[in-house]
Design a protein around this ligand. Structure first.
Ligand code: DGL
Length: 269
């Protein structure tokens, strides 16, 4: 099936899922939408996130994707059910795969979750984790400073180190052996997060786990791309295309063409 896979996020975070897909599924074409004009989604009310997600899905449907990936935990928590009920193609969210990986990884049944305010408030990880493993001790905290840092491209260096140290201070004494990066922007900060949490805490990236889930769905449904040519990926963003391109090229380590999309009613938080 040579239709593309559509990926959406509030900004550059979904590129962490895209990168994993390019690694695990190099023959699949990606059409990516980052809603950088309206990022961050984390502090917004769930109703608004549902509307934004639906708008992006409607936009992406023009490319006739064979699958939609909501590569944003906040949007998955708020809108996954609604979007998947409304479409007859698979709609993959990022919360279930990360939750399942954490359950496999934890040895002491102590799992931490970091995410946006929206994701933590929704308790979506807690529900997903407890459904399979009710015995788990779960500690969830919001890290509202991480997404703006990544969206500005400042995910390396001293400032990022300070923000991560400050944000994770209370988690360090929680006795965790496993920490879910419950926001697709956070793998940009994974090295710093790992150094702050120390070697005894395994990090679970919802991005990596989601790419694995996508691969499984494509295989079981016989939907893998048939073409042997390297796919040409397409990137769209609603904010500054130059900033998006700079971050995308640094992260993906390859040249990226970005098409700006202007929402008729931009909604800057
Ligand atoms: N990447 C989004 C997530 O996984 C970030 C949400 C935001 O824009 O605050 O939740």
């Amino acid at each position: 099936m040579d239709q593309p896979i559509a990926i959406l996020d509030s900004g550059v975070g979904g590129l962490t899922v895209a990168k994993e897909m390019m690694r695990q599924l190099p023959q699949e074409q990606i059409v990516y939408f980052g809603d950088t004009a309206r990022t961050p989604y984390g502090p917004r009310p769930a109703k608004e996130i549902v509307r934004f997600t639906q708008e992006i899905v409607d936009y992406l449907l023009q490319f006739q994707p064979k699958m939609i990936v909501i590569a944003c935990n906040t949007a998955t928590a708020a809108a996954w059910d609604q979007v998947r009920m409304s479409l007859d193609i698979p709609v993959v969210g990022v919360i279930q795969p990360g939750a399942r990986a954490a359950i496999k990884t934890t040895r002491r049944n102590t799992v931490g979750v970091i995410g946006t305010e929206g994701t933590i408030r929704s308790r979506a990880y807690e529900h997903a984790l407890r459904k399979i493993a009710p015995q788990l001790q779960i500690v969830g905290i919001a890290c509202p400073e991480f997404v703006p840092l990544v969206e500005k491209g400042r995910f390396r260096g001293e400032e990022a180190q300070h923000v991560v140290e400050r944000s994770l201070a209370e988690l360090k004494s929680a006795g965790l052996d496993c920490l879910i990066l419950g926001c697709t922007h956070y793998p940009f900060l994974a090295d710093i997060i790992a150094s702050v949490m120390g070697p005894d805490v395994a990090l679970i990236s919802s991005a990596e786990e989601t790419a694995r889930e996508i691969s499984t769905i494509l295989y079981h449904k016989g939907m893998q791309a048939k073409s042997t040519f390297a796919p040409v990926h397409r990137f769209f963003c609603s904010g500054d295309p130059l900033l998006f391109r700079a971050i995308a090229e640094t992260w993906l380590n390859e040249p990226v063409q970005v098409t700006p999309v202007v929402w008729e009613v931009p909604n800057i938080y």
